[in-house]
Design a protein around this ligand. Sequence first.
Ligand code: EPZ
Length: 413
Amino acid sequence: MNISGAKNAAVAILPATILAGGVCVLENVPQINDVTIDLQILRHMGADVRLLDKSTIRIDTKHIKNTAIPYELARHIRASYYFLGVLLSKFNHAKVSMPGGCDLGDRPIDQHIKCFKSLGAEYSIEHGMVEITADKLIGTQIYFDKVTVGATINALLAAVKADGLTILENAAKEPHIVDLANFLNSMGADIMGAGTDVIKIRGAKTFRGTDYTIIPDQIEAGTYMVAAAATKGDVTIKNVIPKHLEPITSKLRKVGAKVIEDDDSVRVIGAQEYERTNIKTMPHPGFPTDMQPQFAALLTLARGTSILTEGIFDNRFRYVDELRRMGADISVDGKVAVIEGVERLTGAPVKAADLRAGAALIIAGLSAQGVTNIEEIQHIERGYEEMEVKLRAIGADIVKRTVAEVGAIAKVV
Ligand code: EPZ
C-alpha cells in the first residue's frame, strides 16, 4: 500500500503559498477533508486553485487581497490558525476565527499570540475572532514556554519577512516543521535549523512561486504499520521516510512485531502474540501523541499490563470507552491509561470521537471477532485518504456506508 502526503505538513504549506504572490505547484497533497477546507479558504480569499491530478494542486495567490477568514470556514479545522501567521507576514493584518478541530482537551493559543506580539503585532480577540495587526514586524528572540508544533509553525510564517534575525528557541522538531521550512526556503525565505530546537530566520523581502513535493505522512504510515501488526498480517508500506517512523518501529519491535526497513518502504510482519510495553507520548523524536490511540488498540491484545502516558494533551483517551465496548480492559486516571491484555476483542457498534480515536477503532475492529460498525467517520476522513480502500487492497474486510444505507441494511436484516 502507498502512503499519501503528510496532513500536518499540507495544512501548513497550503496557507504558506500566500507568501508567493504567484503560482505554486504542490505535489503529493493528500486528498483529505482538512485540505479541502484549506483550499476553500484560499479560494474565498481570491486564490486561483486548480487540481492538476488527484494529488497535484496549482495555486495562484497573486490576486489574494482578503485578510479575514469567516467562522463558517475556519471553524472546521484547527490548522486555520496558520493563516494568522502568513497573513500577518504578507499584509501586516489578519482576522481569523478561533481554531476548531479535534477536542483533545485544553488547546490554548497563548504561545502563538506570544510570537506575534514579540514580533511587534497588536492582537485582539472579539466575537470569537482573533485579529492581529502590525505596522512593521521586527526580528527578535522567542523562547517557547512549551514545545508546540502549531506555534512553531505560526512563528516561522510570521517571521520570514520580518526585519532582521528571529531566533526561535525550544522549537518543535516534527518532520512537518522541516517540510514547511524547506517549502518556505524554496520560495525565497532564509531559515536555518528547522528540525532542531533552535531555528534562525533572517527576514527576506522577495518571495516567488515554487514547485514542491510534500513529505509522506508518518502518522498515516504508523497507523497502517500498527494495523498490520494487530491483524498478524504481512504488509509492505511504500512511499515512507523510515527515519520519521523510528519511534513507532522501535515500539513495534519491542512488543514482538518484525519491521524490515528499506529506502522508502517498511515491511511489517505480525507476531502470533505481543508483549506488554509502556509508552509516554512526547514531542518528536519521542513517541508521537498522534499514534497513541492506535497503539493502545494493539496493546489491548498484548500479554500483560501496559501503561500509556499521554504527555501532550489533557484528554486523548476518549476512544477508551469504545474499546471497552469491544471487550478491552483499560482503566484511565488523568493522563495515564493502564491496559490489561485480553484474549480477544469482539465487534460492536462504536463511535469515533476524533481523528486518531477513529483510526484506533478501525484497528480494533480489524482485530476483533465479528462485525464492528463505526459511526462519526467524518473525523477519520479529515486525515486519512481513502482509508477503507487502502485497507481493502491489503485484505481487510471493510466497507464504507452512508447513514441511509445502514438504515436500509438494518431494515433488510
Ligand atoms: C499539532 O497540533 C497537530 N495538528 C496535532 O495533530 C498533533 O497532535 C500536535 O501538533 C502534536 O504533535 C496539526 O498539525 C494541524 P501543539 P497543535 O501546539 O499544533 C499546548 C492529528 O491527529 N499548547 O504542539 O495544536 C497544547 O495545549 C492532530 O493530526 C499551549 O499550551 O499541537 C498541547 O498540550 C491532533 N499553548 C501542547 O502544547 C499554545 O499556544 C502541544 O500542542 C499551543 C499549544
